[in-house]
Design a protein around this ligand. Structure first.
Ligand code: ARG
Ligand code: ZN
Length: 468
């Protein structure tokens, strides 16, 4: 599912070029298709994602053997063609593909770097819905990001944890791995009996096979960017409840590894209360499930706001980080950045949610956080909406200076208009994608005034302003 202006004319232009070049496009079944683009030209990850189609739904069936680390997967991807397609790409890093089909018919496939190209027997017409199935296996290899952190399928002693911001999800399933293409997911996990297998959304099934394995199925109904998909396999202890949150009953499921289960139980119990308060401020909770996954330290070095069920290393499972990752369910997960350049819209808001929390429940007003952030040189390295390289995506300016932009906005437009923006922004772009320009235009429309001066200094300006 993508909600972006369609690039009408591109397919026609390519076709015209191809015809000029000697009519070398394939002609099958009456459709003249061209290959979909191998990337969406993200400013930081130009090859991430693919053009020519829009994924509606992923059905992933994954069997994992913690002993060998081998993953056996089938990805059934339902998509709509956005151009006449002769071939299209999926992003996949490592692993071995053994079979690919499109609408049930064998498709030729090719690997080059992180691109898996499928060439269906017949071209696909623009607007047609199709299903691509890829069967694959192997030992997934994590990705080391430009900033040195590990992501992807991370192996543990008795299982694995999968996280994917910004590009790790391609290490465990083929897909359109740019945040602009959100889709619904059904993730079905088969693991040795005695282990839990947790993922996003609502648990719909749990059955023991005759083979000493257990299969658990998860349904994530609302659109999800692939970087927010997660899997946690291991000896987890789970706690489930359905508290009334924001006027409806919300299934909440938390999971924690045994050594950190007792220590994290009380804070896990605070999730419904925090979500209820955030729903008052940010509008209705956008998803039909909630929860958290708490892992032993040593597997991942940061918490991640995986959709409906954020993942935390035990060392980062504190109230501030919990508030941050839960706020991301609105800011990042429901309203998703149009490109990775817009990441400050995630991290600035989630950081500001921490400031709002201590302003209300602690004794640190947001203004004090703002002043502390203002005083730190690291926050002024670059403007929040322009990290110089992929290595800087998660640096302090994106978080702290992002939150400072919001605080300046609040001081400029006043609390009433700011509260309206906090609720209205996630409402306007609910389950969609949005850019920095979308945000500044929206804020100005609510404020009823031009805010160029504010953006110029706080959002786009190089270096520290002379005055706060
Ligand atoms: N989005 C995460 C957060 O809530 C941080 C992810 C960091 N990822 C990375 N590759 N450095 O703060
Ligand atoms: Zn964050």
């Amino acid at each position: 599912m993508t909600r972006r202006p369609t690039r009408t004319g591109t397919a026609a232009a390519l076709l015209a070029l191809a015809l000029l070049a000697g009519g070398c496009t394939e002609v099958t079944g009456g459709v003249r298709g061209t290959p979909g683009a191998a990337g969406l030209r993200d400013p930081y990850f130009p090859k991430l994602g693919n053009g020519g189609y829009d994924v509606r739904h992923y059905a992933l069936s994954l069997a994992y053997d913690p002993g060998t680390g081998r993953l056996d997967g089938t990805a059934e991807i339902t998509a709509r063609a956005t151009q006449d397609l002769s071939a299209f790409n999926l992003d996949l890093a490592g692993l071995t593909v053994s079979r690919a089909t499109v609408d049930g018919a064998r498709a030729a496939y090719n690997r080059a770097g992180d691109e898996l190209t499928l060439r269906p027997r017949e071209d696909i017409s623009e607007g047609a819905e199709f299903t691509a199935t890829v069967t694959y296996s192997g030992v997934p290899e994590p990705i080391t990001d430009a900033d040195g952190s590990e992501e992807g399928w991370l192996r543990t002693d008795d299982g694995a944890v999968a996280v994917g911001e910004p590009e790790g999800s391609m290490t465990w399933f083929p897909g359109n791995h740019h945040p602009a293409d959100k889709a619904a997911y059904d993730i079905t996990l088969t693991v040795p009996a005695g282990l839990e297998a947790i993922s996003n959304g609502v648990r719909t099934e749990r059955r023991k096979g005759g083979d000493g394995r257990v299969t658990t199925a998860w349904h994530a109904a609302e659109p999800m960017a692939s970087y927010l998909a997660t899997v946690a396999i291991g000896r987890y202890e789970t706690a489930a409840s359905t508290p009334a949150t924001g006027g409806r009953s919300l299934p909440v499921l938390t999971a924690a590894e045994p050594s950190v289960a007792a220590g994290s139980a009380a804070l896990r119990g605070e999730i419904p209360g925090i979500l209820a308060r955030q729903a008052e401020r940010f509008g209705p909770y956008p998803f039909s499930a909630a929860g958290a996954i708490v892992t032993e330290d040593g597997t991942l070095g940061y918490a991640l706001e995986t959709q409906t069920r954020p993942v935390f290393p035990a060392a980062a499972f504190d109230r501030t980080t919990l508030v941050h990752e839960l706020a991301h369910q609105w800011f990042g997960n429901s309203v998703t950045p149009a490109t990775w350049r817009d990441l400050w819209l995630n991290e600035g808001f989630a950081t500001y949610a921490e400031w709002l929390y201590t302003e209300e429940y602690g004794d640190v007003p947001a203004r004090t956080h703002f002043e502390r952030a203002f005083a730190q040189d690291a926050n002024w390295a670059f403007p929040p909406a322009a990290p110089p390289t992929a290595e800087n995506l998660f640096d302090p300016p994106v978080y702290q200076r992002g939150a400072m932009v919001l605080h300046k906005l609040r001081e400029t437009v006043g609390d009433a208009a700011f509260d309206e923006i906090l609720r209205g922004w996630p409402a306007k772009y609910r389950h969609a994608n949005a850019s920095t320009d979308d945000f500044t235009a929206y804020a100005e429309s609510v404020a009823g005034q031009d805010l160029d001066g504010l953006w110029k200094v706080w959002l786009y300006g190089d270096g520290k302003p002379a005055a706060m």
